[in-house]
Design a binder for this molecule. Structure first.
Ligand code: ADP
Ligand code: MG
Length: 310
């Protein structure tokens, strides 16, 4: 189970022009093709923050002309588009290596609890910063915006826990049939179950690394790899005492997290996600950079931060 971070889908500055996304996907899928060449079965998930941010801008600017689409629709749209970009890139990368391997993208729903505390107190910032007056207009439409100081105001939404990945059975079937599957992008499209049993999309954003941990468990993955733009999780990050973490037990990693070594909006959820996977499966999980995933998978423990059961 491979979770791709922002650098697999945007340029180094986080810019998400179509050509940036295609180029970054090409680099990421070259790495995945190497895994495939080594007979590794791969399920891929990915982030979608900048892409959803771009759709939200279009929502705001075009609201007088075409109806804005809700956040769950933004999630579905980005899953489909990024899946398409990744599949094209993967096709090219496997063809270059003379391998025959097909891929499929699943528009994937993740079940959340309508009573998740996130819906009462939204915390996840999304989209662009706006001046106070413009933000107030959107507050009038029922959105929650927060004053973020000099940069302006920013929308915040719920970031509920994923309880189940509803389309995981389809992922598993396709993996069994030999496909590389792209699924649960952006953490999954958040849906709640209504009283009558039907599903409804909700305005929320699921953490993509939490989604990856859960999907990894549901499909019976042997290893979770969270690929980002740093080779390791680091103690005392950004200080002269900085120390990369190599192989570490689950309880030691949880102790480091409790000491506050991992920033909440970035490395924190990755560490939490790998710990969840290790706890749930008694298997290892790795945080490392995209360029190291072949080593991380073929020789677990040789590179990156590797969390192992106690
Ligand atoms: P992605 O977009 O790949 O999902 P993020 O950009 O959210 O990931 O998180 C990766 C970033 O986390 C790194 O580039 C680094 O700047 C930051 N970071 C924060 N705390 C740490 C830490 N303790 N160790 C390593 N990186 C950290
Ligand atoms: Mg990032």
């Amino acid at each position: 189970m491979l979770a791709l971070g922002g650098n697999a889908m945007t340029n180094a500055e986080g810019r998400a022009h179509p050509e940036d996304q295609i180029e970054a996907a090409g680099v990421a899928m070259a790495a995945v093709a190497e895994l495939i060449a080594h007979d590794v079965e791969v399920v891929i998930t990915h982030g979608n923050g900048p892409q959803v941010g771009n759709i939200l801008v279009k929502n705001e600017m075009a609201a007088a002309v075409v109806p804005p689409v809700p956040l769950d629709w933004c999630g579905a749209q980005t899953q489909a588009t990024l899946g398409f970009v990744l599949m094209d890139a993967l096709d090219a990368a496997v063809a270059e290596r003379g391998i025959e391997k097909h891929s499929a993208t699943i528009v994937t729903r993740a079940l959340v609890d309508p009573n998740d505390p996130g819906f009462v107190r939204p915390t996840k910032p999304i989209g662009r910063f706006l001046p106070a007056e413009e933000a107030q207009v959107l507050v009038g439409h029922g959105e929650v915006w927060e004053d973020r100081g000099a940069k302006g105001w920013r929308r915040v939404v719920a970031s509920p826990e994923p309880l189940d990945i509803l389309d995981a059975p389809a992922v598993l079937r396709l993996v069994d049939a030999g496909f590389v599957v792209v699924a649960n992008g952006g953490g999954g499209i958040p849906v709640v179950r209504r009283e009558d049993g039907s599903l409804a999309g909700v305005e929320a954003v699921i953490d993509k690394d939490f989604g990856a941990a859960l999907l990894g468990m549901l499909v019976g993955a042997d290893l979770l790899v969270v690929a980002t733009d740093v080779p390791n999780a680091v103690l005392h990050y950004g200080t002269p005492e900085a120390e990369p973490i190599g192989r570490v037990t689950l309880s030691q990693m949880r102790a480091y997290a409790a000491e506050g070594h991992f920033a909440s909006g970035s490395m924190g959820p990755k560490v939490d996600a790998v710990c969840r996977f290790v706890q749930g499966t008694e298997l290892p999980a790795v945080i490392t950079s995209l360029d190291r995933i072949l080593d991380a998978v073929m020789n677990v423990g040789s590179t990156g931060t590797v969390v192992v059961p106690d």
